[in-house]
Design a protein around this ligand. Sequence first.
Ligand SMILES: Nc1ncnc2c1ncn2[C@@H]1O[C@H](COP(=O)(O)OP(=O)(O)O)[C@@H](O)[C@H]1O
Ligand SMILES: [Mg+2]
Length: 214
Amino acid sequence: MNLLTAQDIAHTFEYELFRDVNIELNSGESIAIIGMSGSGKSTLLHLLSTLLTPSEGSVLLFGEDVSSMSKKRLSSIKRHDLGLIFQSHYLFNGFSAYENLEVAELLSGEKIEDDLLEALHIKEPIHQKVTELSGGQQQRVSIARVLTKKPRIIFADEPTGNLDKKTADEVMSLFFEYCKEHDAGMILVTHDNELAHQCDKVFHLEDKKLQRIK
Ligand SMILES: Nc1ncnc2c1ncn2[C@@H]1O[C@H](COP(=O)(O)OP(=O)(O)O)[C@@H](O)[C@H]1O
Ligand SMILES: [Mg+2]
C-alpha cells in the first residue's frame, strides 16, 4: 500500500534548494536520503512530513493530497499517523520521561509498552526529569514517545546522531522491526552510508536533484 508520494517537488528559500523531486514510500518499506550538509535534506523531510509546504509540486499521504486536506483531517493524520524524530528532541523539560510518554498516550489513544522502554534501555530512569537524563537517554525517550503513538510513517532526521555506535545500531534495528511488524514506512535522513544501505531504497540529494542510488 502506498503511504507517501511526492510529485515533482521544488523548494526555494533564498535560493532554489532542489527541484523535480519524486519519492514513493510503501508500507513495510524504508527509504534513506543522504547528501552533503546544506543540500536540503532536513528541508525535504519537513516538506514530506507536512511541516512545510513545497514551493512547487505535491505531497500525497495515504493517497490524499496534503494541500487539499481540511485542517481537521491534517491534524488528525499528524496526531495519529506521522512520527517525527528530529535532531533536537522537543521533550517537555519540566516533566519526567514517563510523563512525556503519557502525553503521546493521551493524544494518540495508544498504550505505552513496557517492551519498548526495555528495548530502548530507558526503563530504569523513566521517572526522572528529562533534564536529569543524558543527551542519549533524552533522544531515546523522544524515540519512545514517537513509537508509542504507533505511527504509519516515521520521519527521522539523523535520529542516532548523539548515540554511541552500539546504542545507535539497537535503535535502528528497533525502527526496522517496527516497520515490518506494523506495516509502517520510514524515511531516514543520515550521512552514514552504511546505515543508509540497510534501507530498502537509497536516494542521494546532490546538485538540486534527488537521485535514486539503490
Ligand atoms: N527556515 C529557513 N529559512 C531560510 N533558509 C533556510 C531555512 N531552512 C533551510 N534554509 C536553507 O536551506 C539550506 C539547506 O538546509 P537544510 O535543509 O537544513 O540542509 P541539510 O539538512 O541537508 O544540511 C540551508 O543552507 C539554508 O540556506
Ligand atoms: Mg539537516
